[in-house]
Design a protein around this ligand. Structure first.
Ligand code: AMP
Length: 205
């Protein structure tokens, strides 16, 4: 699932949304060798080593607010993370839930990524390439009036590498979870509300 949709589900179902990307972006706000090395990987569009993603994920899902479920955004990213996550779930006596695949054309995703801006205060997502998601005042959050920020990897060049990483490492997860019979596809090529309506239907069923 992606960030915008995860935020919608979080609001509707009152369960936390966990993004390994956000957890990593928090790490790189710090200083030191580890933060520098991770920052470089994030800016390149490659994946960070599995141990790092898994440690952050395991710590987060062990917190009390995750007891009744959670939404994962951006995890797992490859088959070895999925296998490790299966073991973690077994230890925690939890089941894998559902996997929702947001189907989207490469070029539409590129345009959305290149136009995405976030409010650093409330985390609301805007998009200057999508009519109904542009901020009312250019560059400022409608709610907080603070300056919007753009992720350093949300540019066309890093996007191409992120897309290649997706094809090579992440897409094989669809068949990994298909074999478990828990994959649902959603057409995410139109509006956020149309995407969300399909997700709500799946979760309702
Ligand atoms: P995202 O916010 O999900 O788009 O992730 C941004 C970047 O963080 C990715 O391009 C990777 O470099 C890194 N990242 C996020 N989640 C993972 C993960 N589960 N495993 C490895 N790297 C990750």
């Amino acid at each position: 699932i992606d960030k915008a949709e995860a935020e919608q589900i979080k609001a509707d179902y009152n369960i936390p949304s966990i993004s390994t990307g956000d957890l990593l972006r928090d790490v790189v706000k710090g200083t030191g060798e580890k933060a520098d090395a991770i920052r470089e990987i994030l800016n390149s569009g490659a994946l960070v080593p599995d141990e790092i993603a898994l440690e952050l994920l395991k710590d987060r899902i062990s917190q009390a607010d995750c007891e009744n479920g959670y939404i994962l955004d951006g995890f797992p990213r490859n088959v070895s993370q999925a296998e490790a996550y299966d073991k973690i779930l077994e230890e925690m006596k939890r089941d894998a839930g559902l996997v929702i695949v947001l189907d989207i054309d490469k070029e539409i995703a590129k345009s959305r990524i290149s136009g995405r801006f976030t409010c650093p205060s409330c985390k609301r997502i805007y998009n200057i390439n999508t009519g109904d998601m542009t901020p009312k005042k250019s560059g400022l959050c409608d709610d907080c009036n603070v300056e919007l920020i753009q992720r350093s990897d949300d540019n066309p060049e890093t996007y191409d590498e992120r897309y290649n990483t997706y094809l090579e490492k992440t897409e094989p997860l669809i068949s990994y979870y298909d074999k478990k019979g828990i994959v649902y596809h959603v057409d995410s090529s139109t509006s956020p509300s149309a995407t969300h309506a399909q997700v709500v239907k799946i979760l309702g069923e």
